[in-house]
Write a protein of this length. Structure first.
Length: 92
């Protein structure tokens, strides 16, 4: 299965995935979301400048490895997506 990794915008959380991804499709893919590393406005945001994009990439890779142990994940079809600052992190 392809994997969609969702990065929420500032003030959101990993829980946003339950609202966003059903609008894409409800079947034939896996999805996961990570929580931003800094708390703000009742939610979280990404501070890649502080933790470093490389550190976030390592955290993401470890999470994908754990997911691949349980599901038939197609590693050539991993898509990073997000909105706001989460979209910026996905692009970085």
């Amino acid at each position: 299965y392809p994997l969609i990794v969702w990065f929420h915008e500032a003030g959101g959380s990993e829980e946003d995935i339950f609202r966003i991804l059903p609008e894409i499709s409800e079947r034939n893919y896996l999805a996961m979301a990570l929580r931003g590393d800094r708390e703000v406005d009742g939610g979280f945001e990404w501070s890649a400048a502080e933790i470093g994009v490389a550190a976030l990439a390592e955290k993401l890779e470890a999470a994908i490895d754990r997911l691949a142990e349980k599901f038939a994940l197609h590693r050539d079809r991993i898509y990073l997506a997000g909105t706001g600052s989460g979209g910026t992190i996905a692009m970085e």
